[in-house]
Design a protein around this ligand. Structure first.
Ligand code: PD2
Ligand code: ZN
Length: 296
């Protein structure tokens, strides 16, 4: 009897130690796993940043809620559908569950940038032929810059492997001499990817690049795009990070009220990003849910 209890105790202890070491190992950052992709712009890949379980978890949260992706208008900041970006996507709230919160912690540790400066993670699915044409992640319109200031950096996490295509390409990046010659690895790249420095999606890897110089001036070399998926399907998750807190309520004085009783619920469902025109509006024509969207 005593032997069986001891045996059970030992099993319990082992499973406890395993779970502790698993949760520790998934939140520890290992700099030796980071490779420089480019110096102009500053771009780095962390191999195996997410575990398979973390990738699959983000995909399963996203699957039921995907909507056609939109882009921000350069002048008004309003989000609109565009052929520039043909993927589907959705946003996941920062503390949705312990796995998402753990990924947020890891992102902050790796980038040295505070959690509150990040937008919610956006999960994207690209089917055959879908792509995101080259663009900058920093904004040029005042509406989007008002919340959290410019986007300083982006982390793209690859949640799946892609058989062909789907690379992230930097068409204006300065190629280091080792990139000049076509190497064997280039055989694997699509024509789109060969137009610049490219990163091939690999499940669990994460690409970090900076859209601003350390002087906070936008870096034109950070132009980047998602190449069309030629075979298979691509799942990725984007974390856009700002120079200032994105979560903070900016009190600009005056009466900061929502104008619809559903604002809080809509904001929690990601409508501040998906339906910016109504929720946020512009400086000339303010939207109906500015408080819940944390704009006042
Ligand atoms: O998913 C991508 O590869 C990708 C490429 C370029 C995502 C973004 N930009 C983005 O979300 O900004
Ligand atoms: Zn981008």
């Amino acid at each position: 009897m005593t032997n069986i209890s001891n045996f059970h105790l030992l099993l319990l202890l082992i499973s406890f130690l395993l779970s502790v070491s698993q949760s520790l190992s998934s939140s520890i950052i290992n700099p030796s796993k980071v490779k420089q992709v480019s110096w102009k712009p500053r771009a780095f890949v962390y191999e195996g940043f997410l575990t398979d379980e973390e990738c699959d978890h983000l995909i399963s949260l996203a699957k039921a809620e995907l909507k056609r992706s939109s882009v921000a208008d350069n002048l008004s900041g309003e989000s609109k559908l565009s052929e520039v970006r043909t993927s589907s996507g959705m946003f996941i709230a920062k503390n949705k569950d312990p796995i998402v919160a753990g990924i947020e912690d890891k992102l902050a540790t790796w980038t040295f940038l505070p959690k509150e400066n990040g937008e919610d993670i956006q999960v994207l699915r690209y089917e055959h032929g879908q792509k995101y044409d080259p663009h900058f992640d920093y904004f040029t319109d005042p509406v989007n810059v008002a919340r959290g200031g410019h986007r300083i950096a982006t982390v793209l996490m690859y949640l799946s492997n892609v058989e062909k295509g789907g690379e992230t390409v930097f068409p204006s990046a300065e190629k280091a001499s080792r990139h000049q010659k076509t190497s064997k690895a280039d055989d694997d790249l699509s024509e789109c990817a060969k137009k610049g420095i490219a990163v091939k999606p690999k499940k669990g890897d994460a690409l970090l690049f900076f859209s601003l110089y350390p002087t906070a001036i936008p870096d034109a070399m950070s132009l980047h795009g998602g190449c069309p998926v030629l075979q298979g399907e691509k799942w990725s998750a984007t974390k856009w990070i700002h120079v200032d807190a994105f979560d903070k309520i900016i009190d600009k004085g005056g009466d900061c009220k929502d104008m619809n009783e559903n604002c809080e619920r809509w904001a929690a469902l990601g409508e501040c990003n998906k339906n910016k025109e109504y929720m946020v509006g512009t400086s000339e024509l303010p939207g109906y849910c500015r408080r819940s969207c944390k704009l006042c």
